[in-house]
Design a protein around this ligand. Structure first.
Ligand code: 26V
Length: 811
């Protein structure tokens, strides 16, 4: 823990302020004050950062590199202060200077370089690796524009660019001296030199990859790891000058833009794969620069490439960084003269892969022509990997052409990235038990039979530092007062809170804390939407990407039904509800966008109907992002985790809600299964079809949404309300949602699960009436949430996959 007195801090802060702004503190804008604080904190971090790196170089400890196209960090200031252990000191020091720390923290732009769960997981993992003393560095892209900003205009999503760098970024350090060159296009000349084949890449277009490093501060342990994000630049400006002198400056600018386009913007899709060449460029760009810099650093510090895999682990977050495999092969074979077999052994021992989705439409496969043209040498290497792999398959499965061609890395005109990732790594993991089982038994069945020992499960987790200590200080204090503070370093100790779930005083305290968080969220809702919500109502929350399989429509249909029931029976007794939605739709995903329109139209009608307003309100919170989640999640009573069983690989917001004392209403999907196993059936509300039923329908057919609809008058009514002008004078407005449910036979079984969902919601209503019972359930959920800390997950990765970290230190 860093030592810092309030007095020193104040002196440092004032000096820093003057140094960077050249004026007195009193004259500064809030933004000036934030910048000075950020910059000072970065200074505080710097020495630890340097020492951490020195130490890594000295000990030669195994380094883990976590490669990910996305890192969704959110804001950094609050967590840096927390992990340094100086947040209270700074808060008080600032207060004496007339400055409110939280106000400054809120000025920080979210670093939103990710779409959703996969990117946020990467961020939680970085936090856990640093906090567990694991030498773990992130590698990704410094997108100039992050995930788009969502505006709701007349009820529809409108996307605006996320110019997150507009006020600068105090956390990053540009390292031009560590730049790498990445080569695109051109041709490969094959030659024989001294009896050996050589490959020379010519006529390629070079792109300069410049790293920007961000410190990742461990929790009170003086460890500072690095997130290295690469930015694309022209290799030299000489090209510009020569074109300028020829008066050809438009061409020069075009050229510069075409290079910078590579790291310009994050693709806002997380559901449908599209073979966009720019995305393939992005992937190779960060993977190539990352691998080159790892190898360079390794050799510089005396590493012997023959033992590379003993000192380096490279983890690929989904298939986006899979080119790490052929790129490492290229460096070992072409640049360092290693023979193929040794290089292959080292590469597969070094690389491990996590799968995050079974949605077939999200699987990456690149058209061969595009791949070969953009990455000619890498394509040759992939071809060679494929040739050898298929030869092995022929030996094993002689004559089983279908099996072999489906397992091949190249086939049907495509390079299949998941196949390459499985073949070229030593470990393949899913992100929750059910997900891993589905991978093994279905999606990757053939690979599982071929390599049973590669497959393993690592159930996701979330960092309890951001998602509890930081975002819910009231609850963190209650835990400290009751069970002591050991849970902070050992989150599993939260289980001791079980002893207090029958203690009326503690339960009352829990209720008060939740209430305070709800008042805070109500304030945010009032400020952003000018709608008053009742903090005594049930805060019923579904926040996540908008996607058909996550079934925001199911939630919406039950709200529409509840509205109908309240109108039919004005005396109907329910606990008042505030149903809160938030989430972004991929800009090209029309059904998801239509779902947002529906939710907003339903919200509009209900919120303006005084007949029901004391019982029901519906809120769609705009621009859901990490910082907003930190206000929403601690305020939730009910966590909606209602995906179609088998479709949600894990889910991680389910864990965040649980840890903050929300009760979960859920299908037995993803990590909901493990949450249920932890808390028991009495402390979670489960509904819907099980895995077997869903799989059976998908395999054998037999589902008719029209039949289900016709048998349930409530469903007939709400589906008709989609197209009869009830929620919008334009009857066609919600046609996409309607057609999807009725005409296209409801791929995600929304209608099928409707009745069971409604009954589950009734149960919620009943349970909430008895606050003692409700708070007890909340308490049990909190007590059992420690296992979902990403510290547990990372320990499992470190010991089970990477062979890195504390275990080895103690040997
Ligand atoms: C997929 C695609 C598909 C093609 C277009 C671009 C793109 C970009 C990102 C992705 C990743 C989608 C996979 C994903 O985010 N999976 C989520 O991973 C979470 C962390 O493991 C998990 O909790 C969620 O259940 C899972 O949906």
């Amino acid at each position: 823990m860093m030592k810092l007195s309030k007095k020193t801090f104040k002196k440092d802060y004032i000096r820093k302020f003057i140094e960077i702004h050249g004026k007195e503190l009193q004259e500064g804008t809030p933004q000036n004050k934030y910048e000075a604080l950020g910059s000072l904190v970065k200074d505080y971090i710097s020495e630890m950062w340097m020492n951490t790196n020195k130490n890594y170089n000295k000990t030669g400890e195994k380094q883990v590199y976590y490669f990910s196209a996305e890192f969704l960090l959110g804001r950094l200031l609050g967590n840096a202060l927390l992990n340094l252990g100086i947040r209270d000191t700074c808060k008080e020091g600032l207060k004496e200077l007339g400055i409110n720390l939280e106000e400054l923290e809120n000025l920080e732009q979210d670093q939103g370089l990710g779409n959703g769960g996969l990117g946020r997981l990467a961020a939680c993992f970085l936090d856990s690796m640093a906090s567990l003393n694991i030498p773990g560095q992130g590698c990704g892209i410094r997108y100039k524009y992050g995930f788009f900003e969502q505006k709701i205009i007349n009820g529809s999503q409108v996307e605006a660019p996320d110019n997150w760098l507009k006020n600068g970024n105090v956390w990053e350090t540009r390292k031009p001296e560590k730049a790498e060159v990445v080569r695109f296009g051109g041709e490969v000349v094959t030659d024989v030199v001294d009896g050996n084949l050589t490959f020379t890449h010519i006529n390629f277009e070079p792109v300069l990859a410049v790293p920007y490093d961000t410190p990742i501060v461990g929790y009170e342990n003086e460890v500072v790891n690095t997130l290295r994000l690469w930015s694309a630049e022209p290799v030299s400006n000489e090209f510009d000058f020569s074109s300028f002198s020829r008066g050809d400056f438009l061409k020069a600018i075009e050229y510069k833009n075409s290079i910078e386009a590579i790291s310009h913007v994050l693709y806002p899709d997380d559901s449908f794969y599209e073979g966009k060449i720019l995305r393939l460029k992005q992937q190779y760009f960060f993977v190539s620069s990352g691998i080159q810099s790892i190898v360079r650093h390794y050799i510089k510090h005396g590493g012997d490439l023959r033992y590379f895999d003993e000192r380096i682990a490279i983890h690929i977050n989904d298939t986006h960084p899979t080119l790490a495999i052929p790129e490492l092969m290229r460096l070992l074979v072409d640049e360092h003269g290693m023979n193929w077999d040794d290089a292959w052994r080292i590469t597969t021992n070094t690389v491990s892969y996590t799968n995050h989705t079974i949605l077939a439409e999200a699987l990456e496969k690149w058209p061969i022509d595009m791949f070969r043209k953009l990455l000619p040498r890498i394509y040759m290497i992939v071809e060679e990997i494929n040739k050898r792999f298929c030869a092995d398959l022929w030996n094993k499965y002689d004559g089983q052409v279908e099996k072999i061609s489906s397992m091949a890395i190249i086939g049907d005109g495509y390079v299949r990235m998941a196949n390459l990732a499985v073949v070229g790594s030593h470990s393949v993991n899913g992100v929750a038990k059910l997900h891993t089982e589905i991978l093994k038994k279905q999606e990757m069945k053939d690979f599982y039979y071929l390599y049973p020992r590669k497959f393993n499960n690592k159930t996701n987790g979330i960092t309890h530092r951001r998602w509890l200590i930081k975002c819910n200080p009231g609850l963190a204090s209650l835990l400290n007062e009751t069970i002591g503070s050991s849970w902070i370093k050992h989150p599993i100790d939260m289980i001791n809170f079980n002893k207090y779930v029958d203690n009326p005083g503690v339960l009352e305290k829990l209720r008060e804390i939740k209430h305070e968080n709800k008042v805070n969220l109500a304030k945010i809702i009032k400020e952003s939407k000018d709608i008053t919500v009742d903090p005594d109502s049930i805060f019923d929350v579904q926040v996540k990407r908008i996607h058909a399989y996550k079934r925001q429509t199911l939630n919406c249909l039950r709200v529409m039904n509840l509205y109908n029931e309240l109108l039919e029976d004005p005396n109907k007794e329910i606990v008042p509800r505030t149903v809160i939605f938030g989430g972004k739709a991929a800009p090209g995903y029309m059904l998801a966008k239509n779902t947002i329109e529906l939710i907003n139209a339903v919200a509009d009608k209900i919120n303006n109907d005084p007949r029901v307003n004391d019982k029901l309100k519906v809120i769609f919170l705009e621009n859901y992002r990490v910082s907003l989640a930190e206000s929403i999640i601690p305020a939730a009573d009910l966590s909606e985790q209602i995906s179609t069983t088998t479709k949600e690989a894990s889910g991680t917001s389910n864990m965040k809600f649980m840890m903050n004392g929300a009760v979960t209403i859920a299908t037995l999907d993803g990590a909901n299964v493990e949450i249920r196993d932890e808390v028991g059936d009495d402390n979670i509300i489960i509904f819907g079809m099980n895995e077997r039923e869903v799989i059976n329908y998908y395999k054998n057919g037999g589902y008719s949404s029209v039949n289900v609809c016709n048998q349930d008058p409530r469903l007939r009514r709400v589906t008709q309300d989609l197209i009869n002008g009830y929620y919008c004078s334009d009857k066609e407005k919600f046609r996409a949602v309607y057609e999807n449910l009725i005409t296209y036979n409801d791929e995600f079984f929304v209608l099928k699960d409707f009745d069971s969902y409604l009954r589950a919601q009734d149960k919620v209503d009943q349970l909430f009436r008895n606050q003692n019972t409700w708070q007890k359930i909340a308490g049990i959920n909190i007590a059992h949430s420690g296992i979902f800390s990403s510290d547990r997950t990372i320990e499992e990765y470190a010991t089970g996959i990477w062979g890195s970290g504390f275990l080895y230190k103690n040997l």
